[in-house]
Design a protein around this ligand. Structure first.
Ligand code: BES
Ligand code: MN
Ligand code: MN
Length: 454
């Protein structure tokens, strides 16, 4: 049977198996889900074994296991390394989901559930592509190594140990990843740039313990006020980050690249609709696409402290906390930026409080050329799967592994994204368009098949 016909005949089977994967609440950030994360790793390993990978290992790390598999039965053919993650973001706030986060449900043209787009649905596209290739031709047409990890959503901190100790084994002619989005529905996209990310946590301590705000207020430092004042000083009116040196190493966009980015079929109206805010704001002097894909930012991701439950409690809290992060672009160095951020924050805070500053994770920015012949194969396969020519885009999100791999092995990284920008990754009602899930399986299967002749 023809490959495409075969894939079409398996739609229901594929979808119900994906739902099984999605029912495992593999939330890497939450200790209560440790066993579920483990279960998801076993689930992935099982599927790889079933689709003919001759060696499948569950590798324990300091936190969550990763799955490593190999099928090296195509002598003389190229070798690819596929990377994805089986862990997901927390589902909270649960009450904002139309149907429960871990009870996948089809509504209209979409499949809803945590992990549908990011990244279980996209990992499953590859698992099924491997399986259909094996079922239709008896074996995989090329050599495949697979890493599916369980710590991406918490910064891939322990993955690097594994990569470092398996450098020889992980060698491949190309890295293949599906953990990004398409520019818009109907526009298959290949991502050639990602921002990096430094994630920080700040703890400010004033009084040794919580104090009655009537008895003590007026004479003692309030860590919440001090934190708020500090945060308010991190940007200027033009939404530029006011940290000395922050922009020093930012590469300017070439004229050609700016032109290429601006001629993409990117719709500002769609973007505004997805955001849903009364107005947008961003660094002055740059288009929205430039702001999102090519400029560094500093964002406050969470602030807490003091009393936030029902009614009033007159208290001066002992501590205030904030989580913040900087998105990084070429040629910023994450270690240098971390030093600049810490130094500036300490400088902004008064002597009346103690400051704890921690870097939780870091990931380098990445941008690469797409001239290697593997990209022609990708364009061709996407065109067959979606009936449309693919575009090359950059994105604002971060995938620590991609940069690490690109730096270490200098291999072409092919990022085939099957999500969409409005599919609520990391938010309630995350979903994936069924069209892209099924189109993804076709494209990816064809891609692997055609890569064999590279
Ligand atoms: N799949 C995303 C990254 C992504 C999203 C890339 C959209 C391109 C477009 C990934 O799972 C993710 O969420 N990464 C985190 C970084 C991580 C270190 C927590 C991110 O970008 O915030
Ligand atoms: Mn992801
Ligand atoms: Mn994510």
């Amino acid at each position: 049977m023809d490959l495409i016909e075969y894939i079409n005949s398996k739609r229901e089977e594929h979808l119900s198996e994906l739902k099984e994967f999605l029912r495992i609440p593999s939330v890497s950030a939450q200790t209560e889900h440790k066993a579920d994360v483990e279960r998801a790793a076993h689930w992935v390993a099982e599927k790889l074994r079933a689709s003919g990978f001759e060696s499948v290992e569950i590798v324990q790390t300091k936190l969550h296991p990763l799955v490593y598999a190999e099928s090296l039965q195509a002598p003389g053919k190229p070798t690819v390394l596929f990377y994805g993650h089986y862990d997901v973001q927390p589902a909270e706030p649960l009450n904002l989901w139309t149907s429960p986060a871990f009870e996948p449900a089809v509504r209209g043209e979409n499949l809803f559930g945590r992990g549908t787009a990011d990244d279980k649905g996209q990992v499953h596209i590859h698992l099924k592509a491997f399986e259909v290739l094996r079922n239709t031709s008896g074996n995989l047409p090329l050599n495949v190594k697979v890493i599916v990890e369980g710590e991406e959503e918490v910064g891939s901190v322990n993955l690097w140990d594994f990569v470092n100790s398996h450098r020889q084994q992980l060698k491949a002619d190309a890295l293949i990843v599906s953990d990004t989005a398409m520019l818009a529905k109907g526009i298959p996209s290949i991502t050639y740039g990602l921002r990096g990310l430094n994630y920080y946590q700040v703890e400010i301590t004033g009084p040794a313990q919580d104090l009655h705000s009537g008895v003590f207020g007026g004479a003692v430092p309030n860590p919440l006020t001090i934190l708020a004042e500090m945060i308010a000083k991190l940007h200027d009116r033009n939404f530029r980050v006011v940290i000395p040196g922050f922009y020093d190493d930012v590469a300017t966009l070439s004229r050609q690249e700016r032109q290429a980015l601006h001629s993409l079929p990117w719709k500002e109206r769609e973007f505004r609709k997805t955001v849903g805010a009364p107005a947008l704001c961003g660094e002055k002097g740059f288009s929205i696409v430039e702001q999102l894909w090519t400029r560094p930012t500093l964002e406050i991701n969470g602030i807490w402290g003091g009393y936030i439950d029902e009614g009033a409690k007159t208290v001066i809290p002992s501590k205030a906390h904030a989580k913040l992060s900087t998105r990084l672009v070429p040629d910023q160095d994450p270690a240098k930026i971390a030093r600049l951020v810490e130094r500036h924050i300490r400088k902004l805070l008064p002597k009346s409080v103690k400051v704890g500053f921690e870097v939780l994770s870091t990931s380098k920015p990445w941008v690469a050329s797409y001239t290697h012949p593997v990209f022609q194969k990708a364009i061709h396969a996407l065109e067959q799967g979606f009936g449309k020519k693919a575009v090359f885009i950059r994105e604002g999100g971060s995938i620590p592994f991609v940069t690490q791999m690109h730096d270490t092995f200098k291999v072409p990284c092919v990022l085939l994204g099957f999500g969409l920008p409005d599919e609520n990754a990391h938010a309630p009602d995350e979903h994936i368009a069924l069209e892209n899930y099924f189109g993804g399986i076709k494209s990816v299967a064809l891609f692997y098949q055609q890569l064999a002749s590279l």
